[in-house]
Design a protein. Structure first.
Length: 125
C-alpha cells in the first residue's frame, strides 16, 4: 500500500511540474542588439525590356508595378531601432519622377516561421 502511495505522489508531482513548466505562452525574445536591428534599404537598378537602365532606386520591402510605373517603400532617414518610419513613393516611367505618396510612422513587420511556432508550442500545450 505504501508503495502505491509513493508512485501516486511521484506521478502527481510530475504532472504538476509539466503543467507549470512544460508550456510557455510567451513569444521568443529577439537576441538582436539595437544597432543590428535596423535593416538598411537596398539599392536596385530597374531596366526596360531592351535592358536599358531606367532608374536606380533605394527601397525596402516589395515593389509593385503599375501600368505607368511602380510603387515602392523606403525606410526614412529618421528611422531608428525603436521607431521605424516607412515612406512610400510612386515612380512614373514617362516623366522619370518619384512622387512621395505618404509616410507610416511606427511601422512594424513581424514574421515567424512555421518551425519556430512548432518548437515554441508543443503538442502538450
Amino acid at each position: 500500500m505504501r508503495y502505491k502511495t509513493k508512485i501516486l505522489s511521484l506521478v502527481c508531482v510530475l504532472m504538476l511540474s509539466l503543467g507549470l513548466f512544460g508550456c510557455s505562452q510567451e513569444l521568443p525574445e529577439n537576441d538582436i542588439s539595437s544597432e543590428q536591428s535596423l535593416i538598411p534599404n537596398e539599392m536596385i537598378s530597374v531596366y526596360d525590356a531592351n535592358e536599358n537602365l531606367l532608374v536606380n532606386i533605394e527601397h525596402f520591402g516589395s515593389i509593385t508595378q503599375t501600368d505607368k510605373g511602380f510603387v515602392y517603400s523606403k525606410l526614412a532617414d529618421s528611422s531608428s531601432s525603436e521607431n521605424y518610419v516607412m515612406d512610400y513613393f510612386y515612380y512614373n516611367f514617362s516623366t522619370d519622377e518619384h512622387q512621395k505618396l505618404g509616410t507610416i510612422e511606427n511601422w512594424v513587420y513581424e514574421a515567424f516561421s512555421t518551425s519556430e511556432r512548432l518548437a515554441k508550442y508543443s503538442a502538450f500545450c
